[in-house]
Design a protein around this ligand. Structure first.
Ligand code: FEO
Length: 394
C-alpha cells in the first residue's frame, strides 16, 4: 500500500505482463495498472477494485493491509470489469457493504454479475461524509461508458478520476513526476486516441462542466497508470486540446503493398508534400501496431491512404485501419486515397468512399497506377502530394 496523499492510499495492482487490453483490440506495450484506492478516515472507503485475473493477489493485499471486515463503503466509479471484477469476491465475504455508483452503474453491475448488492446510486454534486473528509461525486457519462463517474475527496483535494486522464502504463513509481515524462504523455495520448476519441464532443463539454465546479484539485489519481501530482491540471488542459479538433499538422501516409508499387507511390507523394513544406510520416499498415497507428492518425491533420487491389478491394491491414478510422469518428481531418492494381482496380476507390463515410473531408480524387509506376506516374504522385499540401494549407 503506497500513500497517495494524507489518508489516501494506492492499493492497486501493477500488471507488468499485460500486452493487450479490451481483448486484443488495444496494445499495451508498457503493461498497465488497475489503481484501486483506499481512504482511511473515520470510515474506511475502497474506491474501485481490480480485474478478476488478479483477484487472489488483490484480495490478499486487501485482507493484509485493510481487513475486509473493516471496509465501510465501496465506490465504483465505473463498472467495466477491469475496475469491478473483484467486487464478486469482496461481496461474497461482505454482502452488506454499501456500493456507491451512478444510476447506470447500478444497472451495469447488476447486468454483469447478476447480483443485487447494497447499491446507493449517486449523481453530480451528491456527497458522502466519511469523517474528516467529504466525498463528492461527478458524473462522467459516456467517458467512456454510460456509468462512468469520478470521486473528488474534499480535504486532500484529490480527484479519483477512474479511466479519465489515465494511461496504460506500469511504472516503477505510481507518480507521473517520478516517471519518464515522455512515456507518460505518449501513453496518455494513446489512451485518449484509442479509447476516448469517439466521445470528444462530450469530453469538451464535460471538461468545461468539471472546471465550472471550481474544485481545488491538488492531485488527479486515475485508475490506470500514473497519478498526476506535479501539475495536475496539465492533463485536464491537454484533454481540452485533444477534444477540440486536435492535430499536430503533419500528414500520415498509410499504405499496404504486395510488390512495392503502392510503396513507391507513397514515397513520391511524401516528396510532393515535402516540396511544399508539409511534414509527413509513412506507415506500412501491415507492419504497424494498429493502436499506435490510430494514435498517429489522431495526431495528423491529413491522411493519404493507399493499397493495391486484391480480390476486388484493399489489402486486409488497410481494411482494418479504415474500420478503426470510421469507428473513432475523428473530426476536422482531410484525406485522399491512392493505389496500384493489375486489372480491376477497386482498392483506391473503396478507400476513397470509406474515408468519405468516416467523415474525413476528401480533398482530391484518388490516384492509381496499373502494375508498376513509371517515371511519369511517379511524377503524377509527386504532384498529387503537392496538390494535397495546397489543400491542407487552405
Ligand atoms: Fe479501465 Fe473503462 O475501464
Amino acid at each position: 500500500m503506497i500513500q497517495v496523499k494524507d489518508q489516501i492510499y494506492h492499493l492497486g495492482f501493477r500488471d507488468w505482463e499485460l500486452r493487450n487490453f479490451h481483448g486484443h483490440e488495444l496494445s499495451t506495450f508498457h503493461g498497465s495498472s488497475y489503481n484501486s484506492y483506499l481512504i482511511k478516515d473515520e470510515k474506511t472507503v475502497l474506491v474501485d477494485a481490480v480485474w478478476s485475473p488478479h483477484s487472489d493477489e488483490y484480495m490478499n493485499i486487501l485482507e493484509e493491509e485493510v481487513g475486509i471486515d473493516n471496509i465501510d463503503y465501496i465506490i465504483i466509479n465505473h463498472s467495466e470489469p477491469d475496475h469491478s471484477g473483484t467486487l464478486v469476491e469482496i461481496m461474497e465475504l461482505r454482502p452488506d457493504i454499501p456500493i456507491y455508483c451512478s444510476v447506470k452503474g447500478v444497472e451495469t453491475i447488476r447486468k454483469q454479475y447478476h447480483k443485487d448488492w447494497n447499491f446507493r446510486a449517486v449523481k453530480t454534486g451528491d456527497t458522502l461524509n466519511i469523517g474528516k473528509y467529504e466525498l463528492m461525486f461527478v458524473d462522467m457519462t459516456m467517458i467512456h461508458w454510460p456509468d462512468s463517474m469520478m470521486t473528488f475527496v474534499k480535504g486532500p483535494n484529490v480527484l479519483l478520476s477512474n479511466d479519465a486522464f489515465g494511461q496504460h502504463l506500469a511504472g516503477a513509481s505510481i507518480f507521473e513526476d517520478e516517471l519518464d515524462e515522455c512515456m507518460v504523455w505518449q501513453e496518455a495520448i494513446k489512451y485518449f486516441a484509442n479509447i476516448l476519441a469517439p466521445f470528444t464532443p462530450l469530453i469538451k463539454k464535460k471538461i468545461d462542466e468539471v472546471l465550472s465546479l471550481n474544485l481545488p484539485i491538488e492531485m488527479i489519481a486515475p485508475s490506470h497508470g500514473a497519478i498526476w501530482r506535479k501539475n495536475p491540471l496539465s492533463i485536464v488542459e491537454k484533454y481540452a486540446q485533444w477534444s477540440d479538433n486536435y492535430n499536430e499538422g503533419y500528414v500520415s501516409i498509410i499504405y499496404d503493398t504486395m510488390y512495392n508499387a503502392t510503396k513507391k507511390m507513397a514515397g513520391a507523394i511524401a516528396k510532393g508534400l515535402e516540396s511544399k513544406g508539409v511534414k509527413s510520416k509513412q506507415f506500412n499498415s501491415s507492419l504497424s501496431d494498429m493502436s499506435d497507428l490510430i494514435t498517429e492518425v489522431f495526431k495528423s491533420k491529413g491522411m493519404i491512404i493507399g493499397s493495391c487491389t486484391v480480390n476486388s478491394g484493399p489489402l486486409r491491414s488497410i481494411a482494418a485501419i479504415m474500420a478503426e478510422i470510421r469507428g473513432h469518428k475523428l473530426k476536422n481531418k482531410v484525406g485522399a486515397a491512392f493505389g496500384s492494381y493489375g486489372w480491376s482496380g477497386e482498392a483506391h476507390k473503396k478507400i476513397h468512399k470509406e474515408l468519405e463515410e468516416a467523415g474525413i473531408k476528401i480533398v482530391m480524387e484518388p490516384i492509381s497506377v496499373k502494375y508498376q509506376p513509371d517515371d511519369a506516374e511517379l511524377d503524377a504522385c509527386f504532384q498529387f502530394g503537392r496538390d494535397f499540401a495546397n489543400y491542407l494549407k487552405k
